[in-house]
Write a protein that binds this ligand. Sequence first.
Ligand code: UDX
Length: 452
Amino acid sequence: MSKLHILIFPAPSQGHITSMLNLAELLCATTSFRVTFLVPAYIHRRLSQHSNATSRLNHLPLRLHPIPHGPHEDIRPGSFDVKDWLDSLSSTAQPSLRELLADDEDPIDCVISDGILSFVLETAEEAGVPVFYMRTLSACAFWVYFCLPHLIQSQELPFDCDDLDLTMVNLRGMEGVLRRRDLPRCCRHGLDSRTMQTIMHQTLQTPRPRGLILNTFDHLEAPTLDLIRTRIPNLYAVGPLHAHLKTRLTGNSSSTSLWEEDKTCLKWLDDQPENSVFYVSFGSIVRVTAEAQTELWHGLVNSGKRFLWVVRTDSGGMEIADGGRGRVVGWAPQEAVLAHPAVGGFVTHCGWNSTLESVVAGVPMVCWPHFGDQQVNSRFVDGVWGIGRDMKDHCDRVVVEKMVRDVMEDRSCEFQRRARDLAKAARESVVEGGTSYYDLDRLIQDIRDVCS
Ligand code: UDX
């Protein structure tokens, strides 16, 4: 039987590519599918240069397909406008997409589109090809975005930023949990915010495709997943995808990095005592000001803890030198770092991949969120899951020192215990009998059914 041909289109950014490439590999590991994975040419080049994706994919029926890109598509931290980014991507990628969808020699049976690329949905619908959506964020952050129109209708948005500690009352399922300051940062900028309008427009399209795939697991987000199902009944919670990949595919550990990984930091970690190092990283987009970086540095040094800090060359801030207790790298092999026994805490921006990677490794977090879903994730890490502390808008040296000590010093501390319990639940969800294992099988069967 010939394999069904799936086209996967992620938004061209590290966080989106990582999780959608993991899904692509999982689908290719079955005998049913082969995948064409669309990325702009500059991402294709960086994946070939820095990740082991191309060699790893050689043994799978998975092809990275480069498409042209426009001037606004490479994310430059600090000057990033989500609307320009998506508009530019849509105008340059659509012709290639149409061509691929019209190719009778090598027809596409099904599309899995990033759920913030509604032009992919429209183009595939025009071509009569079934579409599934995948969102690369948490269920809780997705639900907040989904509820924004309701918050506007009930006049809880826009709000006065003088009192950001007021709790939300019209956010179903999260009443009393989220404060104004825990909403995506764009909510602080009034209803005309381009980011808010764009994200709201994209999110409102989510009920249109055949189903929604989320990189999360039932044990972590069951109440929110149930709420989403009331509006989008066909939901697949298949995460954590990187853990899922490890259980279903054996072989070399994967890297999907767009930057060169500095693996020497693993050797440095080997020389540090168990649970003694804080890993510090803010993902691929966040820009850190010199002032904030100084506060973080003082907070870490004053805590007396060792640290391994990722400072991307494009992340702003200042140069930080390696020292006795600290090591600085440009880009780390993050999954391996978090799994290292020397690492006992993670100062993170709470991007969803980083959060999930920390959950799977059982490492408690100190959260310093910047924008978007990170604001919501960090509130859940602290106030709901109890596996870390949320700095939110207060990054100063005293707060950093206190939170780092809170998370790492008290060995009997609940953070460690809950982090270990959640890590166990995450691992159980992706093995046979687990909820994510079941949902992935259901997704595979449903894709087969819509294609037949
Ligand atoms: C963005 C958003 O910020 C995030 O909230 C959204 O859910 C997806 O898109 P990003 O900011 O890059 O992503 O954060 P994150 O989702 O955490 O993804 C970063 C990825 O880069 C992680 O998989 C992490 O392991 C990897 N990484 C980061 C490295 O491999 N090495 C590093 O040094 C830093």
